[in-house]
Design a protein around this ligand. Sequence first.
Ligand code: FRU
Length: 480
Amino acid sequence: MIIFNEGKYKSLYAAEQGELEKIAQTVAQDQDFRPVYHLAPPTGLLNDPNGLIFDGEKYHLFYQWYPFDALHGMKHWQHFITQDFQQFSQADLLVPCELYESHGCYSGGAVLIDDNIAVFYTGNTRRPSDNQRVPYQNLAIFSKDGKLLSKRPLIEQAPQGYTEHVRDPKPFLTKDGKIRFICGAQRENLTGTALVFEMDNLAGTPRLLGELTLPAFDNQGVFMWECPDLSQMGDKSLFIWSPQGKAREREQYQNNYHAVYALGNLDDRQFHAEQIAELDQGFDFYAPQTFSGTQTMLFGWVGLPDLTYPTDCYKWHSMLSMPRQLRLQNGKIYQQPIENIYKNLTALQSITVEKEAVIADLDRAYLKFDANAQPFSLKFFNNAQNQHLTLSYDGKLLCLDRSQTEQTDSIQALGEKRYCEIKNLHQVEIFFDRSVAEIFLNNGEKAMTSRFFICTRENQLCTDKPLTLQVGYPKKIEVD
Ligand code: FRU
């Protein structure tokens, strides 16, 4: 075991006594933005959800974590076990401590084999002689009760024809019992793709089968595919990934990077897509992953690469989305929070707002209303400084406007508004949790997930016409 400790490449094993507790005290100073029912890192930076798996009884959930600061440093896998997504218990982490993961345990996925959890992940390393990045693909075995049993490297470099950007293996079992995993990759001509590897069993050596082909996707400008994910929805295959470099458009693909899905049929390595779309059209949503071994559920990272947030000064950054249930409707993916979130809503009531209303704890409330396919405009959290977030609909386009909230670098670099085209808008659901809003339209036909930052709250809601809202409060999660 090696204890890495070089600048931001510092492992938990190098933490000084009391160091994390001190960082946690800084985190606790944040009175405005820490969520109550979204998973946020205890300290430091969280990014991609990893290794999501249902083991037959419990759900295992890992995420990318740098414990020491709100920046992308040495990545660990934080690990929780839960049965209900309300109560989370800590389990063994993946801590980088071997040469084949010297610069971080990067993203990956999990599959259940022989009653254990086989975790495939990328070992980020840098060659000491010239600092060149070399990606390993590694395997770690966890018991169902969350103990790390072993780990070993499987592949020691990127295959020929690809750059050092080969990462994020997501494993699955084939019908004939072999193990396949798909990695995000960059070709030597700097275009993005995914690679499929196969191994006979866990003791085996992976061989490269080739690229996953997806001709229906317009790959123009795309230089990297991150976090590929494959699952089954009824008789359809669902491929989710995060392409980087796709040109931004006014009303879709509005961020710098995107989370996209293709729904269709996978024939060996050929993906015949019938539908390709963005998963979420908000400001902050990336690298989602589905759970292996259950009805399709998904977590996303409420964040994007390369952004800073106003919480960085409190030494924490980003959170996960709520767990979402995916379903197939009209040949498209619909997503909404899992049943349990709705079941645990408290103090449900109906409130009619003529023009303005003070709603208790609006900053962590769930709101639902029928838009009747008519234009509307809603403002949240109006305060003395007149900071507010606006959600409006013109009969065709929904617009989320952050121009009157605290400015962030993403607002400055990537614009103040996000749009979502939706006809016949009836149901609008908004889950506020301090500095995040997850918005679902028409029972999950479209989703928009965004961070927003408003300092002092008076919990006020303003509307341009009378509106009857269902209001409730999602249950606070508990982490131990
Ligand atoms: C996506 C990503 C992955 C990588 C991980 C590192 O957000 O860049 O491709 O494995 O984050 O934290």
